[in-house]
Design a protein around this ligand. Structure first.
Ligand SMILES: Cc1ncc(COP(=O)(O)O)c(C=O)c1O
Length: 413
């Protein structure tokens, strides 16, 4: 960083590293040092850094046109991308809208739900993160830091409980959370004024906590009973991160009404997508939503190339095998380090819960400085280290990361 910086200080920093390039799971700094990047652009670099097929798709598209605005033109990547998303999303989802970021797409989902139901309220779940625009800040409850200083936020957002994975009796915990929701529908937001529930099937910023199947069943049943739409925010958990294309695929028979995708969808090119049923989309009046860059041709090219990689033979097998390897290694370390109270999460969306946030910070610092391993924390109390490597991570790279993490646990004991 030069002596006088002209950059904003509002960004918090995970590392002080200045990088020149990346390849796969690795980044190289200006001083030529290599780091294993298990932050992956905050679960974005699904195909790793600079995947050759994605880089080529972007470069080729840039030679044709960079931006063909969707209100002005159709272009020849829009329908192919929608068709590919139709193939990989849950079977009832068949219609797609494009934007540029996670916050934009979760907010778009809420706008669609309000138009389709003509109801004003939204239910979110404790520990949620849906973005940093005014509406999505109002929907975010993982940390006060994301909202503090911005009041008043939009109204009509109600926060229901999310089951705590550390609770000893999980059945009782789910029953308690559903009771909390029922109370909310009686006392705070009547079903007939509730447009949608929006849930991350695996809480991301909230600490990598997967919703129990009985909880999803309970929510789906209440949505059906009251005509409330179910929005799955798969911005972080989607695109193969959990070992299935979407986290909702872990719940057989469950179909969200709207699904939100971003992060891993285009390997790092800013792009997001909302999927819904044609019949719901038809209730969204023409012109009632949009955006200058949504459906951007470069983003479509990056997303098409990314989806080809994610759906190639053996890709998801690697995600699941590496996830197994990671959890097994972490559980071995847990036996020697009781400070780590839980190892959880599907695929390569793995969380390690600690009893002390100071230890989380110390372990992450040691991993970075001594092990050249980049890790990030999560959770309301900062007690979780989240493991979100690129989905192309190799067996050797997981072993390297476990060795660096094990050394950090020992050194900080
Ligand atoms: C589940 C979820 N939804 C929405 C967002 C917001 O995405 P963006 O930062 O691209 O606006 C995030 C970002 O972390 C997220 O994890």
């Amino acid at each position: 960083m030069p002596a006088t910086s002209h950059l904003s200080n509002v960004w918090f920093k995970v590392t002080p590293l200045e990088v020149t390039h990346g390849q796969g799971c690795w980044v190289t700094t200006t001083s030529g040092e290599e780091y294993l990047d298990f932050a992956a652009g905050i679960a974005v670099n699904s195909t790793g850094h600079a995947h050759p097929a994605v880089a080529k798709a972007i470069a080729d598209q840039a030679q044709r046109f960079i931006h063909a605005q969707v209100n002005v033109f159709n272009h020849d990547l829009l329908e192919p991308l929608a068709s590919k998303l139709n193939d990989i999303t849950p079977s009832t989802i068949d219609t797609f809208f494009f934007a540029n970021s996670g916050a934009e797409i979760t907010e778009a989902a809420v706008k669609l739900a309000k138009q389709a139901t003509k109801r004003p309220h939204i239910i979110v779940f404790s520990g949620s993160f849906h973005g940093r625009t005014a509406m999505t800040m109002a929907m975010t409850t993982s940390k006060t830091g994301y909202r503090a200083g911005y009041a008043p936020l939009p109204s009509g957002v109600f926060v229901a409980p999310f089951p705590d994975p550390l609770a000893p009796d999980q059945d009782a915990e789910v029953a308690k959370a559903l009771q909390g929701l029922d109370h909310m529908l009686k006392a705070l937001t009547a079903p007939e004024e509730t447009a949608a529930m929006i849930l991350e099937p695996v809480l991301g910023e909230g600490g990598y906590m997967q919703a129990p199947a009985a909880f999803i069943e309970g929510l789906a049943q209440r949505c059906k009973q009251h005509g409330i739409l179910f929005i799955a925010d798969e911005v972080q958990s989607g695109m193969g991160r959990t070992g299935k294309m979407f986290a909702v695929d872990h719940y057989p028979g469950f179909q969200p009404d709207i699904i939100c995708m971003a992060k891993g969808i285009a390997s790092g090119f800013p792009f997001s997508a909302l999927g819904t049923r044609r019949e719901l989309d038809d209730k969204w009046p023409k012109g009632a939503h949009g955006g200058t860059y949504g459906g951007n041709a470069m983003g479509c090219a990056a997303a098409l190339a990314t989806i080809d990689i994610l759906t190639a033979n053996g890709f998801m097998e690697n995600v699941n095998a590496r996830g197994e390897q990671l959890r097994k290694g972490l559980r071995e370390l847990q036996k020697e380090h009781s400070t780590m109270t839980q190892v959880r999460g599907p695929g390569l969306m793995v969380g390690t819960e600690f009893d002390d946030p100071a230890r989380v910070a110390a372990v992450a610092k040691h991993c970075l400085e001594e092990g050249h391993l980049i890790l990030m924390n999560a959770g309301t109390y900062g007690r979780c280290i989240r493991w979100m490597p690129p989905l192309v991570v190799s067996e050797r790279e997981i072993d390297l990361a476990l060795a660096a993490f094990g050394a950090a646990l020992k050194a900080t004991a």
